[in-house]
Design a protein around this ligand. Sequence first.
Ligand SMILES: [Zn+2]
Ligand SMILES: [Zn+2]
Length: 118
Amino acid sequence: MARKNRDDVASWRVAEPEPVLCPICERVIPDEQKDDHHLVPKSKGGKKTVCLHRICHDQIHATFTVSELAKKFSTIEAILEDPAMQKFVAWVRSKPPGFFDSAKEPRHAHGSGSGRKP
Ligand SMILES: [Zn+2]
Ligand SMILES: [Zn+2]
């Protein structure tokens, strides 16, 4: 089985000169992983957003409630001081930038009998 790295290569060849870095894990964010996070939740009147990986964004909302975010964790600095987030960052940094825990989402069926030959 040959290894495929086409996602890695493609993300560096797009016309944008500056790759977007995630302020949580400081890795490049591939287009399909870009997600906006409201530093103060929208439901609390927040307007400012930051661009994060979907997986980093999910982690924030899994770690903090909306009221915690509004009161205490409305900056990236505060979020990164939380031990649970530090643990997550250490883990996610070891993953490729396009990594997303696909267990949560149904995958498209891949392949219709790849090994078959007439
Ligand atoms: Zn968010
Ligand atoms: Zn990230």
